[in-house]
Design a protein around this ligand. Structure first.
Ligand SMILES: NC(=O)c1ccc[n+]([C@@H]2O[C@H](COP(=O)([O-])OP(=O)(O)OC[C@H]3O[C@@H](n4cnc5c(N)ncnc54)[C@H](O)[C@@H]3O)[C@@H](O)[C@H]2O)c1
Length: 431
């Protein structure tokens, strides 16, 4: 009966939806549910974010303020820091961060804290879905016991599922709404309810047999990327030693119409997901006495890339008769990828720190990142790029933001180390 009542509320869009953690993942998801006709409440510990949301403003680049303002006016979206309101909801999606600890082990404390809030207000007939990327077993081993400690039973009194988010920030063609959504339920009833919920707002739902399978899907996707980027980076190291142009080789290989997928080298891995998520899997597997060799190797190669590029800067300056120590080095782009402002795990940060250690007079320019603080480094973006380019002894291109006029950059700079092969990209040679 409980299940049917909930399914009915979902079908009629009268179910009240809540999103815990309203960031890069949670905010787009909240708007997708609200646009589908649900009333959505965002819960976040960051009061400033919730105040901005309630003023109709956006703080995530992929979500236009006009969309938030419209949904606010329609009375379908609100933000709060008051978790007691969780009790009023029928459906709750948890989208809190899953970073690494300093020891590079998973930090699931955010999930634990959010779940404790849910447990405090859990009532019969609610569906809870974890979206945060995490190791296989988290939903069953971390969330379930906390929720069942209330005396309520999953699959009977409440419903529990895992559905990984696949959003690619900065991307317009594949969004939260049209990217197929994988869902694994703790029981068949949990899967049925969670699929109905997401299926009423998202175009395609892909059910799998368990929460563990759904958790593993996400880790496979991100491991696939980390390993292939690691391979592309190693191809760069190999080609460098052979005196070959890695981009030329990769591009030519990519003309094969089958059996090859193109990945390109770069400054290293960045962002909240690709460098971090595979380590959730390797940590879990260590507990089972298994070493995830591909993950470890890819991580080792990708993490060493900033050092490789610093060596390239050193070599290039050397050819100009200059030591790194005292040279002015301008880094173009510090965001972890093009056209976003996110600097989490960005290889540019490592590059800047390594250059600074060697005594370089470092500066950066990034149209998306006016200033940042990281590991004791506090920097402000150069304001006038036209003035900064010719002043630098070496310009290091790290993030290939669309705003940059690459031929002009290469013309104005006296020395360029280009981790993104930008001129090749302009000729449509590299993706
Ligand atoms: N950013 C991406 O591209 C992306 C893509 C797919 C999956 N993911 C995964 O989604 C999850 C969220 O990532 P994100 O990029 O949206 O993070 P984010 O930092 O942008 O947003 C997380 C939000 O959660 C809030 N928060 C932290 N603890 C909380 C708590 N106890 N209760 C309520 N709110 C809390 C933070 O204040 C923040 O606003 C992570 O597991 C991440 O791996 C991210």
């Amino acid at each position: 009966m409980l299940k049917h009542a909930l399914l009915n509320r979902i079908e009629r869009k009268t179910a009240r939806v809540g999103i815990i953690g309203v960031g890069y993942v949670g905010l787009p998801l909240a708007t997708v549910f609200a646009e589908a006709g649900f009333h959505v409440t965002g819960f976040d510990v960051n009061a400033r974010r919730m105040e901005a949301l309630n003023r109709g403003e956006s703080y995530i680049e992929d979500v236009p303020a006009s969309k938030i303002a419209h949904l606010r006016e329609a009375g379908r979206l609100e933000g709060t820091t008051d978790f007691s309101l969780l009790e009023e909801l029928d459906a709750i999606s948890i989208c809190v961060p899953t970073p690494l600890r300093k020891t590079r082990d998973p930090d699931i404390s955010y999930i634990a804290r959010a779940t404790d809030e849910v447990a405090r207000h859990l009532r019969r007939g609610q569906v809870i879905v974890l979206e945060s990327t995490t190791y296989p077993g988290t939903t069953r081993e971390v969330i379930l016991p906390r929720l069942e400690a209330t005396g309520l039973v999953a699959g009977e009194d409440f419903f529990l599922a895992f559905s990984p988010e696949r959003v690619d920030p900065g991307r317009a063609d594949w969004t939260t709404r049209n990217t197929p959504k994988v869902i694994g339920g703790l029981t068949p009833a949990c899967l049925e309810v969670a699929s109905a919920l997401y299926g009423s707002a998202i175009e395609t739902v892909v059910p799998v047999s368990s929460t563990e399978a759904a958790e593993m899907v996400k880790l496979l996707e991100n491991t696939f990327r980390a390993v292939n980027i690691g391979l592309a980076n190693e191809v760069l190291l190999i080609c460098d030693k052979l005196g070959l142009d890695a981009w030329e080789v990769i591009e030519a290989a990519a003309t094969k119409p089958f059996g090859f997928m193109k990945f390109v080298p770069g400054p290293g891995l960045g962002g909240h997901c690709i460098p971090v998520d595979p380590l959730y899997l390797s940590w879990r597997m260590k507990m089972l006495n298994y070493t995830t060799r591909f993950i470890e190797l890819a991580s080792e190669i990708n993490m060493a890339m900033p050092r490789y590029w610093v060596q390239k800067v050193q070599d290039a300056l050397n050819e100009d008769g200059k030591p790194v120590n005292g040279s002015r080095v301008l880094v173009l782009g510090v965001a972890y990828k093009k056209d976003v402002s996110d600097i989490r795990e960005s290889p540019a940060l490592d590059l800047l720190l390594l250059l600074m250690e060697k005594g370089a007079r470092i500066a950066y320019h990034d149209p998306h990142v006016p200033a940042f603080q990281h590991d004791g480094l506090e920097m402000v973006s150069a304001r006038d790029l036209d003035a900064a380019l010719p002043e630098a002894d070496c310009v290091v291109i790290v993030t290939d933001h669309s705003e940059y006029d690459w031929p002009a950059v290469h013309r104005q700079a006296s020395l360029v180390v280009d981790t993104r092969a930008t001129l090749r990209q302009m000729q449509g040679v590299t993706a």
